[in-house]
Design a protein around this ligand. Structure first.
Ligand SMILES: Cc1cc2nc3c(=O)[nH]c(=O)nc-3n(C[C@H](O)[C@H](O)[C@H](O)COP(=O)(O)OP(=O)(O)OC[C@H]3O[C@@H](n4cnc5c(N)ncnc54)[C@H](O)[C@@H]3O)c2cc1C
Length: 457
């Protein structure tokens, strides 16, 4: 069916609160099109903002018009050209907390901070991650790793149930009892299988963070680049002795106003707030240029990243799993970062971060398609420039950064987080052969024509 005809039919079929935007010259269309990254953004034939479950089911149900789903808009793949439409979930949101059962049901386009705030007001929390404006459901579908992984596990392993619209238009509930195989696939590969309207997640009392109100201690130690070897030596020992009470990031950044490259170490301590500085005393002993600490409440955990989470900008983000913390590789990473800034000052908003956390508690590792529960070290590459002409250089540097951190690792053991890439070999997202074979078989069964991406076909 031609898109214009399809759209005309739609207007009558959806609820009064839904919006069908089809004029790219109008402000409402342009606002709805804004995404986290401007890289490769296409102009769709329409943007349909659904208002409730019934709208979403009607739209995602079997028809031949191509579409993509948008929640928080942080990925590079929730975009489509003029022959298709965007099914925009941002106006359809609900969070139902059941503190007595330690679970929460989230529907539609709920964002990370909205979710954490609703949960905290009921005294609960969940393993949410780095970025207030990231869509909660997509974050959980592709894994969901962060500093709290050692406390509460991987986000996808916390899914208890999901409501999904399949490619044939059927609306099904998947959990341990109903469609258990599909449920397994949703946990780690969810967005290849359908529109996930709703997920129910396990929650935890705020005190899991180590204090009654859920605050925890976060330090920030800044060092000049020429101290890199000493800093990495200390971080190496912190990573090696990391316990479920600790996690952290080493960040190579070039903050304004001078955009001088430097190293920030941001350790987290989940326990008595007084103990944080003691646990990380070796970082202070190095004599940082600046040092600070804070103890945010859970909903404010990612506020410091707001500068990198707004809409618009020439940027890309990915997450690469690492097998070991190797000082030589980290030193090479600092060289790559410095070379990037020297050859392309326009890239000064970029940053390369190494995150370490503890492995998920044994009883929180579930049988799921997610394959990286045993990875506790991640390289985050935030590639970001102002000018289109700098993009090639910035992306080349990102590839070199990843290569630097993979030195000494066999290519067969390379690890990508499922929602970090769709271009690298899929075996890096799902390295276990049986897992990949099972996912491919399920894809053939539930989405043989690739309505929800051609991945796995
Ligand atoms: C700055 C930044 C920091 C990040 N930090 C972390 C981190 O610490 N840990 C981590 O695990 N990840 C992290 N990520 C990755 C992020 O969690 C994923 O990219 C996530 O998928 C983004 O979700 P979104 O809703 O914002 O994006 P969108 O682009 O809206 O959606 C992402 C994908 O999911 C699909 N989709 C959207 N809604 C649905 C749905 N309801 N059902 C099925 N498919 C759907 C979209 O079509 C798209 O393919 C980070 C990303 C960025 C940009």
């Amino acid at each position: 069916m031609a898109l214009t005809h399809f759209i005309a039919e739609l207007r009558g079929a959806l609820s009064a609160e839904a919006c069908v935007l089809s004029d790219p010259t109008k402000e409402d269309f342009q606002l709805a099109l804004l995404r986290w990254s401007d890289v490769d953004v296409k102009i769709p034939g329409a943007i349909v903002q659904v208002a409730n479950e019934s709208d979403a089911v009607k739209l995602a149900s079997a028809h031949r018009t191509p579409f993509v789903l948008v929640c928080g808009g942080h990925s590079l793949w929730s975009t489509i050209g003029p022959d298709g439409f965007i099914l925009d979930l941002t106006k359809y949101k609900s969070v139902q907390v059941n503190a007595a059962e330690h679970q929460v049901t989230v529907a539609g386009g709920v964002l990370m901070k909205e979710f954490a705030t609703a949960l905290a007001s009921a005294g609960e929390c969940a393993p949410v991650g780095n970025g207030n404006t990231i869509g909660l459901i997509p974050y959980c579908l592709g894994g969901g790793i962060g500093v709290a992984t050692g406390l509460m596990g991987i986000a996808c392993d916390n899914i208890r149930s999901a409501k999904i619209v399949l490619a044939n238009g059927q609306l099904v509930v998947a959990n341990e009892r109903q469609h258990p195989e599909l449920f397994w696939a949703i946990k780690g590969a969810g967005y290849y299988f359908g529109l996930i309207l709703e997920i129910t997640l396990a929650t935890y009392p705020l005190s899991v963070f180590g204090t009654p109100e859920g605050q925890h201690w976060i330090g920030n130690y800044l060092y000049p680049m020429d101290r890199a070897a000493e800093v990495f030596k200390v971080v190496e020992s912190l990573v090696a002795t990391s316990s479920s009470r600790t996690a952290g990031l080493v960040m190579l950044i070039a903050p304004p106003p001078h955009h001088q490259p430097m190293i920030a170490v941001v350790p987290h301590y989940f326990g008595d707030l007084e103990d944080g500085p003691k646990v990380f005393k070796e970082l202070a002993a190095l004599g940082p240029m600046m040092q600070s600490e804070k103890a945010p409440h859970v909903p404010n955990l990612s506020d410091h990243l707001d500068f990198a989470c707004g809409k618009g900008g020439l940027r890309r983000f990915n997450l690469t799993g690492l097998q070991e913390f190797k000082i030589e590789n980290c030193l090479q990473l600092t060289e790559v970062f410095q070379q990037l800034l020297e050859s392309c000052p326009d890239a000064s908003s970029s940053g390369y971060f190494i995150e370490w956390h503890c492995l998920p508690p044994h009883d929180m590792v579930r049988n799921s398609a997610f394959s990286h529960q045993s990875v506790h070290l991640w390289l985050h590459c935030l590639s970001w420039c102002q000018e289109q002409t700098s993009l090639t250089k910035v992306f080349e540097s990102e590839a070199r950064a990843i290569d630097a951190m993979r030195q000494g690792t066999e290519p067969d053991s390379y690890i990508d987080l499922p929602h970090g890439t769709r271009t690298h070999p899929i075996e890096r997202r799902f390295p276990d052969r049986d897992t990949l074979a099972k996912l491919r078989a399920l894809k053939k069964e539930f989405d043989p024509e690739g309505t929800f991406t051609k991945e796995l076909l």
